[in-house]
Design a protein around this ligand. Structure first.
Ligand SMILES: [Fe+2]
Ligand SMILES: [Fe+2]
Length: 231
């Protein structure tokens, strides 16, 4: 498993560089397919989420890759707790996780979740615009890939809670796809995990803070799914 994680991280990094330099080439398609397949395999072995999270956090892979793989694991388990759970929904998870931040350049950019964090990192320059657009552009990119499940582009576009895919949510958004809501909650939890480690986070406090921040029935349902996912 550790070997698979290392190889998947390498193919993720290569796929990301390739895509940014050359666009959607045959090589980019192959790398994406191989990475998504491998990420899904890692997820399917994560029956005990706690030990899987520890294993992933132990590996020396980049923050960018770890956050994708961890979101896949957490979101996959959450989908099973939802009333609309289906095989089609679980199949989309690794695609969304692989592509959602693929156009970002650094770990610092991956950590940004608000407009003010973005302005702090890049005050009024072109990088700010590039980061603001990363969800929309990644979503458009996936449409050029063959055999990607229908609807993956919508979830990628909405992964920062903005329907247009440009910018970061300020208030709890309405009208998002249910899988996008679930993805946002999974990602929020993963950022806590990566910051503090699996043994050091206060789950009760995190769940309460999330409920306050995302004060909306759809989000609350996703938070309940997270609570009951053995994370
Ligand atoms: Fe992300
Ligand atoms: Fe993002």
């Amino acid at each position: 498993m550790e070997e698979r994680i290392k190889l998947t991280e390498k193919s993720y990094a290569l796929g990301s560089e390739n895509l940014k330099k050359f666009g959607v080439t045959e090589e980019a398609i192959q790398l994406a397919n191989a990475s998504v397949k491998s990420m899904t395999k890692i997820v399917s072995k994560s029956k005990e989420l706690g030990s899987m999270l520890k294993l992933l956090l132990k590996n020396k892979a980049s923050y960018r890759f770890n956050h994708c793989q961890l979101i896949s694991c957490v979101a996959f388990h959450m989908v099973y707790k939802m009333p609309w759970s289906s095989k089609e929904q679980t199949e989309k998870i690794s695609y969304v996780a692989y592509f959602h931040d693929i156009l970002l350049e650094s770990d610092e950019e991956v950590k940004i979740h608000t407009n003010s964090q973005l302005s702090k990192l890049y005050p009024l320059n072109e990088d700010e615009q590039r980061v603001k657009q990363h969800a929309l552009q990644a979503a458009e990119l996936t449409l050029k890939f063959p055999n990607i499940p229908i609807g993956v582009d919508t979830i990628i576009k909405q992964h920062h809670g903005i329907k247009s895919g440009v910018g970061f949510m300020e208030t709890p958004p309405v009208g998002l796809a249910p899988l996008a809501v679930l993805f946002i909650i999974a990602e929020c939890f993963v950022h806590h995990l990566l910051e503090k480690g699996v043994d050091n986070i206060n789950r009760v406090k995190i769940f309460e803070e999330m409920k306050e921040k995302y004060d909306d029935p759809k989000f609350h349902q996703a938070i309940e799914a997270l609570k009951h996912s053995d994370v």
